[in-house]
Design a protein around this ligand. Structure first.
Ligand SMILES: CC(C)(COP(=O)(O)OP(=O)(O)OC[C@H]1O[C@@H](n2cnc3c(N)ncnc32)[C@H](O)[C@@H]1OP(=O)(O)O)[C@@H](O)C(=O)NCCC(=O)NCCS
Length: 269
């Protein structure tokens, strides 16, 4: 019964699957769940180390690590599977699909070490959840029924039923088929590089102003410093670009489209 249901499920969900024999021989997700069935049964009967051992062998064979204590529903399909990690207190509902590289992890509880033993630390996935490749779902959160988690997302909070979650940290962009208004951009996550460049840019402008002032004072006094004559920066090197032999249109373009300004506009600060 278990075998037939599992094989039929994979045949129905994976367009690449051609036959039951192919699935039995070549599907690591199928093998991993088979190992887990044995490991979980041993674990629940109190045979903890044999349970861990079977789970470990399953990991060596498939590249998929499922803790024997994890609860896995029916007709779950782990596609490709390499790098999947499912923690001890995770619950995966019926009909979920999990792609390669997914982590159902303990999140912040991992910091508490042994203190958090025997507490719920890992996520609970509802029915029919799809978790895209490389996504992470961390902590004892609940991901509702029919949620789709985009590949590479990191989900740290509960997700309501029938949602699509994307991004880092994960946010809901669709709920019940309706687009959810994008959240306000996170102002508390600063763009440190852009801020550093902006600060340098301000200081540079200040310095340029000071140099310009000094130059004009010197000029008024009929003096000119030799060091200003061979500067690469046209702003400092000359006041009259035409007299320099440098193409003035090129120079104007360079000043108009200051790459620092372009970058800062892109960063939105
Ligand atoms: C998230 C996902 C489940 C959503 O699927 P869907 O709802 O059927 O529809 P779409 O793929 O059109 O995506 C819906 C929205 O999510 C966005 N999106 C999809 N994947 C995304 C990602 N990884 N990161 C950010 N946004 C993503 C799309 O751009 C789209 O946004 P839009 O409506 O503003 O254009 C799907 O795109 C996905 O990532 N599936 C995992 C597939 C996978 O890992 N396959 C591995 C096989 S080898």
């Amino acid at each position: 019964m278990y075998l037939k249901e599992s094989l039929d499920n994979i045949l129905a969900k994976d367009p690449a699957a051609r036959s039951r024999l192919e699935i039995i021989l070549c599907y690591p997700g199928f093998h991993a769940l088979f190992f887990h069935k044995i490991a979980n049964s041993l674990w629940r009967k109190g045979f903890r180390t044999p349970g861990r051992l079977i789970s470990h062998i399953g990991r060596i064979v498939t590249g998929i690590e499922i803790h024997p204590g994890a609860t896995i529903g029916r007709r779950v399909f782990i596609d490709h599977g390499m790098g999947v990690v499912i923690g001890e207190t995770a619950v995966v509902g019926d009909d979920c699909v999990i792609y390669q590289g997914v982590t159902l992890g303990a999140g912040a509880a991992a910091r508490q070490g042994a203190m958090s033993r025997d507490t719920k630390r890992h996520p609970t996935l509802g029915l029919g959840v799809i978790v895209g490749s490389g996504a992470e779902i961390q902590g004892a959160i609940t991901v509702g029924d029919n949620v789709r988690v985009a590949s590479r997302s990191i989900v740290l909070k509960d997700v309501p039923d029938n949602s699509v979650v994307v991004g880092v940290p994960g946010r809901v962009i669709y709920r019940n088929g309706e687009r959810v208004a994008p959240e306000k951009p996170q102002e508390d996550v600063p763009d440190i590089e852009a801020q550093a460049i902006k600060s340098l840019h301000c200081k540079l402008s200040e310095l340029e102003g000071t140099v310009r002032e000094l130059k004009s004072k010197l000029k008024q006094q009929g003096k000119e410093l030799e060091i200003f004559k061979d500067k690469v920066c046209p702003e400092l090197a000359m006041e009259d670009p035409a007299s320099s032999g440098i193409n003035s249109s090129v120079e104007l373009k360079a000043v108009d489209e200051d790459p620092v300004d372009v970058f800062l506009q892109g960063a939105g600060i």
